[in-house]
Ligand binder design. Structure first.
Ligand code: IPE
Ligand code: IPE
Ligand code: MG
Length: 228
């Protein structure tokens, strides 16, 4: 049994497009269904005894390569999700936070993100972090440039950690759905000692019940962090 409680769970939500394709639907339907799953998983984590932070990969710096129609749909969906979600954040006592380069989003969407962060900032049960226009390499590069601009000549690991947008804590468990077994430029720095679980389930089919069973799997692992 791991003695390291699961405090920070990170999730790469993948397989929305394939889920829709299997049903003869447009990819956008998969994203809509996927947004429902984010809500269920967040509520589950808010009620979990040890989880403090839950980070979802929602839009990568590489996802701009997708057709404009799909990107536009994802932006609208995000805005609608945050608008509708405010009630649930308050009910579940969840604080919302966004990481990533938000400046490339439209002004109204940036405003929605800031307002949601502000409205939920005193909630204490769980921090839900959405990675939006996020890339692990971009995050590290920005952190290092920030330290350079402060006049630093030598930089420590601790300084980099603190300059990242995700200074909450290292990731304990990373789950990726849809059967792909890669990181796709997610939380490169914070994943250095994370446990990984890849499940073939497509994100729109993922449930709190499956998450509970993956957490059991995590709890059976021995994390050595280089020790014995
Ligand atoms: C994940 O599902 C959602 C985002 C990346 C926004 P995908 O859209 O990548 O679904 P697949 O991988 O094409 O099935
Ligand atoms: C990773 O999924 C990004 C998100 C889940 C937001 P992708 O579907 O974009 O990743 P690749 O292209 O399969 O690596
Ligand atoms: Mg994908």
């Amino acid at each position: 049994m791991t003695e390291t409680p699961l405090k920070h769970l990170a999730v790469i939500m993948d397989g929305n497009g394939r889920w829709a394709k299997e049903r003869g639907l447009k990819r956008t339907k998969g994203h809509e269904q996927g947004a429902e799953v984010i809500r269920d998983i967040t509520t589950y984590c808010a009620n979990h005894a040890t989880i403090e932070s839950l980070t979802f990969y929602a839009f990568s710096t590489e996802n701009w390569k997708r057709p404009k129609l799909e990107v536009d749909f994802l932006m609208k969906l995000l805005d609608r999700y945050l608008k509708n979600e405010l009630k649930t954040y308050q009910k579940d006592n969840v604080r919302f936070k966004a990481i990533g380069n938000l400046e490339e989003f439209s002004k109204p969407l940036q405003k929605r993100i800031k307002e949601t962060e502000e409205a939920t900032k005193d909630n204490t049960k769980l921090t839900q972090i959405l990675a939006l226009n996020y890339g692990g390499r971009a995050e590290i590069t920005t952190a290092v440039n920030q330290l350079i601009s402060q006049g630093k000549q030598q930089i420590t690991e601790e300084e980099i950690s603190n300059a990242l947008q995700t200074p909450y804590s290292d990731i304990d468990l990373l789950v990726r759905t849809s059967g792909e077994e890669r990181i796709s430029n997610f939380l490169l720095w914070q994943l250095s000692y994370a446990e990984f679980i890849f499940t073939p389930t497509l994100w729109p089919d993922f449930t709190p019940k499956e998450l509970a069973s993956l957490i059991k799997n995590y709890e059976q692992r021995t994390r050595r962090f280089g020790g014995i």
